[in-house]
Every structure is written in C-alpha cells, then in structure tokens.
Design a protein. Structure first.
Length: 227
C-alpha cells in the first residue's frame, strides 16, 4: 500500500476557542481517542466493551452530527471517526459525553496518519461527507477522493462494503465521478437520478448540509460498492 505522510494544510485550532472546549479536550479526549500503535495494525473491535455487529468509518466528521446520530440509533455498531480541527473534536466530545455514547472512538488528527494502521477488510462503510473540495486544479492531490486513497479504501472495506461520498461543490462531484470511473474496485450504485440527488433512507444530516440547502446549494449523494 502507498501511504502518504501528514498532508494537512492550514490551521487546526480555530480562533477564539473557549476555555471550556480547551479543558474538555485536555481532560476527556483520552477516554475516546484512538492511539496509534508502535507496530502492527489497530484491532478496532478491542476498542469497545462489546462485540460490534459492524464497524463504520467516517472521515472528517465536522461537529459530529452525522456520526453521533448514527451511533445513537445503532448501539450495536462501532463507529470510528476522524477530524483534524480541534473545534470539531471538542464539539463531538461534548455530544458523546452528554448522550453517554459507548460506540464511538475518534482519531483527532490528520487521517493520513491513521491509514497505515488500518487492517484490511475491517469496515462495512466509509463515509466522506462534505470534504474540503480544494477546487483549484493545482490542489487536486489534496482532495480526499483521489486515486491513491480509493485503493486504500478498497483495502479497508469488506467485500460489498460501501464508500459513500456527499458534497455540494460543483467541482468536487465531477472530480469524484472522474476518479471512480477510472478505477476497478468499486461500482457506482445509482440507477436513476434520484439515487444521487436524494439522500438515502434514514439519512442523518449535518449542520453544514443544512446550511448548504438553505443557501440553494444542492447536495449530491454518491454511493459506491466494493466489487
């Protein structure tokens, strides 16, 4: 597998983070954080006090609305999430603690650091929701959906596992379709336009998605199944 080194660009901590959020991160992150091993792969099943029926991975959970609501509705499923921005990590910690959630573990850093420690065939679904589009052509390699990462995702997923991508960006959606049409590990599941213009059944929305809809930006929902 081809792994890349840390590739995050920009500020991780937003301006004006409150003292309460900083204290939350310093005191409670250790209870839910995934620590990278010194060698070998992570056994995601051992991170929990129960035997998960499935393991679902969300890359870039923002403030955590999607992953938290899924976890609340599916207590027998394990959810692994990553987010590089500390404000988002503080927000999801607050939600996890307030709702006494037992089935979420988080990696609060650049997901590229986690990739080398993920075993093959462990995830049932990978969500990439509203990622940074990096719309300029010179920044294509920074997009989460790229040729190299798609190969990694195919390895991380079980047979018939799903890679689900949502975006409202007019550059990003064609880019995702271009990348996915030029690989041989996934099949796009859409049979008609409503399959990608409407959210799937039991969809959990996010604050960003609601803002996009309010501003007349149309989300597109793309599901790819591993062959």
């Amino acid at each position: 597998m081809d792994y890349v080194k840390k590739t995050f660009f920009g500020r991780r901590k937003g301006k004006g983070m409150s003292k309460a959020k900083e204290d939350l991160l310093s005191t409670r992150m250790k209870d839910f954080e995934i620590i990278l091993p010194t060698k070998g792969k992570i056994d995601f099943f051992k991170l929990f006090d129960f035997t998960p029926k499935k393991v679902i991975f969300e890359i870039g959970y923002g403030d955590g609305e999607h992953i938290v609501n899924m976890a609340l509705k599916n207590p027998d499923i394990a959810f692994i999430g990553t987010e590089v921005f500390m404000n988002g990590n503080a927000s999801i910690l607050r939600k996890i603690i307030d709702n006494n959630i037992k089935n979420i573990r988080i990696f609060p850093d650049d997901v590229n650091l986690l990739f080398p420690f993920i075993p093959s065939g462990v995830f049932d679904t990978i969500f990439v929701l509203y990622p940074d589009p990096w719309p300029k052509n010179r920044n294509e390699e920074r997009r989460m959906i790229n040729k190299n990462n798609v190969k990694l995702f195919a390895d991380f997923l079980k047979s018939d596992g799903n890679l689900f991508v949502a975006s409202d960006h007019p550059v990003y959606i064609p880019w995702v379709l271009f990348v996915m049409q030029n690989q041989d590990s996934f099949t796009w599941t859409a049979l008609k336009s409503s399959d990608f213009t409407n959210p799937p059944k039991d969809w959990e929305t996010t604050r960003y998605e609601q803002k996009a809809i309010a501003e007349n930006r149309k989300p597109i929902y793309l599901n790819f199944v591993k062959k």
